[in-house]
Design a protein around this ligand. Structure first.
Ligand SMILES: *Cc1c(COP(=O)(O)O)cnc(C)c1O
Length: 458
């Protein structure tokens, strides 16, 4: 008999989580103004708000923390991290930052000016925020198939090279500080970008004299998909594939809270010394001295180790296998989601489920609230709240997809938890026809409103 799937690690420490009653949850979500970000984590049973910084560190990472060197300049931990980044990405230069958006802040302070244009594949919200905050524009060139949640294609995070070339033709290269390639494509459903597409983007970048940035939060998960889905990569190691991916980039921003399995941290890495030097001033101003940025020595040590573990094939197989397991459960119940299952999350197709809720009343947010009330499971909206208002017209933007993202923290939950999540979602799905009303905005910030928005029942 074929041996079944089993995790490539065992558990050394546990944390208690608590169930609650439906009445309690109805009260708590009302008090939170129907914003899942406003809930106390103690009010959540299974927390799928994000896979960012929520992973479980290993015994080796905790051990590495004890050996952290807290010297202000030139710490051993800095060099540990430098070596680890070099091994996995091939980049010689880097600046530590406290997280991914800080890496964006440092790099973009150096390269973006007002009126610039940055084409890419579904820019992440903080990336777009940092671009628009500088009065520049993010142009989404993701392939059209990404918007069809039923299309079962292996590399749904790809850039449409024709759309990209249109942008590169339309603007002078001085107006395009870089192309932003996000691996995996988070917003499109944790969908990977193929090596072939990376090569295509890189060729266009070179042809038009424009630089290429990888927004790399989930680069290892992307490499796993290349290994398992793209011809010619089956026999390459994850680290070899990562090196090949990054060989096409000029620089990378990293949220280490994702694939590097630490609770806080990030960095910018560069191919050339000049780009690194140009960013140093901003790193010192915003983050810290260039050999620690926003991180303590122990945290750099844990990150150096995390990069190794995050690029281990057996770990990635366990991780991505668990997300696929949840997807299979939803298939059994007929619940629609962005297909195929992504690397870090399942993106439930809320528009196909809550067909009676008008788009102005935030369909995916409504589904997220229902799932929380049903089972104490917290997901996150990837829909109109996140899409925010147009920076020029201030009109609400309604994206093609209304998704409820169920992000799976790394090495945290078991497949019993996956069964529970699927059952809670099935119960909501079974009463979907009776859900006819969503929510309206009571209070919002001018940019990145979804984090703090306050809502009322429509
Ligand atoms: C999380 C993330 C970021 C921002 O990183 P933080 O560590 O949350 O600041 C940027 N890009 C992508 C693709 C991400 O997933």
């Amino acid at each position: 008999m074929e041996l079944p799937f089993a995790e490539s690690y065992k558990i050394k420490m546990v944390e208690t989580i608590r169930k609650s009653t439906r009445e309690e949850r109805e009260k708590w979500i009302k008090e939170a103004h129907y914003n899942l970000f406003n809930l106390k984590s103690d009010y959540v049973f299974i927390d799928l708000l994000t896979d960012s910084g929520t992973g479980a560190m290993s015994d080796k990472q905790w051990g590495a923390m004890m050996e952290g060197d807290e010297s202000y300049a030139g710490a051993r931990s800095y060099y540990n991290l430098k070596n680890s980044i070099k091994d996995v990405t091939g980049f010689d230069y880097f600046l530590p930052t406290h997280q991914g958006r800080a890496a964006e802040n440092v790099l973009f302070s150096s390269i973006i000016k007002e009126g610039d244009v940055l084409p890419g594949n579904s820019h992440f919200d903080t990336t777009k925020g940092h671009i628009e905050f500088r009065k520049a524009h993010a142009v989404d060139c993701t392939i059209a198939e990404a918007k069809d949640t039923t299309a079962e294609i292996p590399f749904k995070g790809n850039i449409d090279l024709t759309l990209l070339e249109d942008v590169l033709k339309k603007y002078p290269k001085e107006k395009i500080p870089c192309i932003v390639l996000t691996v995996t494509n988070n917003t499109a459903g944790g969908q990977p970008v193929s090596m072939e597409n990376i090569k295509g983007v890189s060729a266009l970048a070179k042809q038009y004299g424009v630089k290429l940035l990888f927004d790399s939060a989930r680069f290892a998960e992307n490499a796993y998909f290349i290994k398992t889905r793209e011809k010619g990569y089956q026999d390459k190691s994850i680290v070899e594939i990562c090196n090949e991916m990054f060989s096409h980039a000029d620089f990378m921003t990293m949220s280490s809270k994702k694939d590097a399995i630490v609770n806080m941290g990030g960095f910018v890495a560069f191919r050339n010394e000049k780009d690194w030097e140009a960013c140093q001033m901003y790193n010192i101003m915003f983050e810290g001295f260039i050999t620690y940025g926003g991180m303590s020595g122990r945290d750099m040590n844990a990150l150096a180790q995390g990069l190794k573990e995050g690029t281990d094939f057996n770990y990635l197989e366990t991780r991505i296998g668990q997300v696929a397991y949840l997807g299979k459960k939803l298939d059994e119940y007929g619940i629609p989601y962005q297909r195929p299952a992504g690397g870090h999350a399942i993106f439930v197709d809320a528009k196909k489920i809550l067909t009676n809720v008008p788009k102005e009343q935030f369909v995916a947010q409504t589904l997220g609230i229902e799932l929380y009330i049903e089972g104490g499971v917290r997901g996150v909206e990837i829909g109109a709240l996140l899409a925010d208002r147009d920076p020029d017209t201030r009109e609400n933007r309604y994206p093609a997809l209304e998704l409820l993202r169920l992000a799976i923290p790394r090495r945290v939950y078991t497949n019993n938890h996956m069964d529970y999540i699927a059952a809670a979602l099935k119960n909501v799905y079974d009463r979907r026809e009776s859900i006819t009303k969503g929510y309206v905005i009571k209070k919002e910030l001018p940019i990145m409103r979804h984090f703090t928005v306050e809502l009322d029942k429509a």
